[in-house]
Design a protein around this ligand. Structure first.
Ligand code: E4P
Length: 226
C-alpha cells in the first residue's frame, strides 16, 4: 500500500516527502482553506513540485460542464495534478468526459460500492471511499473499502481504478486499509506522525543509551558515533 498525505500544508508535505514514505497528496476545499487566503494556483503548483506523485485538487462546480472546464484548467497547472470530482451523477458525466481526454480523476466523497462501480466504469483513475465519515454516523467505513477492493478484484482486466482509503482518522485505519488491500491510504499529517510511535521503542532506545553510558560514558559514545 502506498501512502498519500491528506493536507495542503507545504511544510508537512515537505517533511513527509523527506521521510521517503509519501508519494502523493490529496487536498480538498476545507484543507486548502486552512492554509489561509493563498494564491491557489501557485500553492498547488508548489505542492506538485515537491511531491513525486499524484496531487489531488477538488473542483467546486456542481454541474458536469462546469466541472469539466474547471478540471481542464486545474489539470494544466502541473503534470501530476489529479482532479477530484464528487460522487454525484454530474460527477460521473464529468469523469467520463475527462477520462476520455486523459485527465486523471479522483472520484471523491464515495460512500457506497455502487458509487465506486460507476467511478470505475466512467474511467476514474482513483476512487476515495471516506472511512472516518462513515464511522462518524455509526457505519463501518472500512467495510466499504474491503467491499470495493473485492468487487474491483472480480474484474482485473477491465477495472484499473485504484482505491484510496480516505478520511483516515487514526493509525488503526491504516493497518486495516492495508489488510483490506487498498492500493493507497491518504493520511492526515498527525496520523503519519502517530504511525511510527510505540512506547516500547522509546523505552528501548532510552535503556540502550543508559546501559551504554553506564559503562562507556557519554563522551565515549559521542566520539564513537561522530
Ligand atoms: C480525502 O481525499 C479527503 O480529503 C479527506 O480524507 C477527508 O477527510 P475528513 O473526513 O477527515 O475531512
Amino acid at each position: 500500500m502506498r501512502l498519500f498525505l491528506d493536507t495542503a500544508n507545504v511544510e508537512h508535505i515537505r517533511h513527509g516527502v523527506r521521510l521517503g514514505v509519501i508519494t502523493g497528496v490529496t487536498t480538498n476545499p476545507s484543507l486548502v482553506s486552512k492554509e489561509g487566503n493563498i494564491d491557489y494556483k501557485r500553492h498547488v503548483q508548489e505542492i506538485c513540485s515537491i511531491v513525486p506523485g499524484p496531487v489531488s485538487t477538488e473542483v467546486l462546480s456542481q454541474d458536469a460542464s462546469g466541472m469539466v472546464v474547471e478540471a481542464r484548467e486545474v489539470a494544466s497547472w502541473a503534470e501530476n495534478v489529479v482532479v477530484k470530482i464528487p460522487a454525484s451523477l454530474q460527477g460521473v458525466e464529468a469523469t467520463y468526459e475527462l477520462a476520455k481526454e486523459g485527465v486523471k480523476v479522483n472520484f471523491t466523497l464515495c460512500f457506497s460500492v455502487n458509487q465506486a462501480l460507476l467511478a470505475a466504469l466512467a474511467g476514474a483513475t482513483f476512487v476515495s471511499p471516506f472511512v472516518g465519515r462513515l464511522d462518524d454516523i455509526g457505519e463501518n467505513g472500512m467495510r466499504l473499502v474491503k467491499e470495493i477492493v473485492a468487487v474491483y478484484k472480480n474484474y482485473p482486466d477491465s477495472i484499473k481504478t485504484q482505491v484510496i482509503a480516505a478520511s483516515i482518522r487514526h493509525p488503526q485505519h491504516c493497518i486495516e486499509a492495508a489488510q483490506a488491500g487498498a492500493q493507497i491510504s491518504t493520511v492526515p499529517y498527525q496520523v503519519l506522525m502517530q504511525m511510527i510511535q510505540h512506547p516500547l521503542t522509546d523505552i528501548g532506545i532510552r535503556r540502550f543509551l543508559e546501559d551504554w553510558n553506564k559503562v562507556m560514558g557519554s563522551t565515549v559514545l559521542k566520539s564513537k558515533v561522530s
